[in-house]
Design a protein around this ligand. Sequence first.
Ligand code: DX5
Ligand code: ZN
Length: 218
Amino acid sequence: MSLIISPSVLSCDFANVQRDVEMINNSDADWFHIDIMDGVFVPNISFGFPVMKAIKRHAKKPLDVHLMIDNPDQYIEDFASAGADILTVHFEACTHLHRTINAIREAGMKAGVAINPHTSVTVLEEVLDSLDLVLIMSVNPGFGGQKFIESSIGKVAKLREMKTNLNPDLIIEVDGGVNLETGNRLVEAGASALVAGSFVFKSEEPINTIKALKGLQS
Ligand code: DX5
Ligand code: ZN
């Protein structure tokens, strides 16, 4: 399967959301990465359902929704109704992770689990076979434009080994500080999906930047 590119809408121009959504529609990107922050799980607040639904109205590609919120269970149905195709919750925010994963799938979405930089991939061993995606955070979640944390490369490699036995179809997605240089090393280590926010939206020609990311192959 070819490398999945998921531009993070968090870095778009919110006064021109429709224009930036159309840019992604017309690019080589595969998904829209939607960052939802509650100001509790992370020290920032992004946007909620009205903005997400507006994006969904124009998006012609799947919505890859990354929940940086405490107690995500109570909102699973709402995110399905708002148009999430993939719903990713944080390991650190879920007491009953197995139940949460099942609820996401029962609501008709693909299920993902994100792990913070300090969390080992090994904590996911028991649930790996019921996941579609693991999101390795390569920055501390909360903000775009942060510096890539180097130890993320080793985590990707370790997860690639785990998935061989437990879930060969698992998508390994990485989020934070992704550019062509870090992206290249992540793909070599086993990443199958890359999120990129500021690298795409702060570039002169976002369409070309997305194309260049899409061209990274292992
Ligand atoms: C950070 C978010 C990211 C963010 C990435 O908490 O989860 O998706 O938008 O931004 P960059 O690519 O600029 O690091
Ligand atoms: Zn994200």
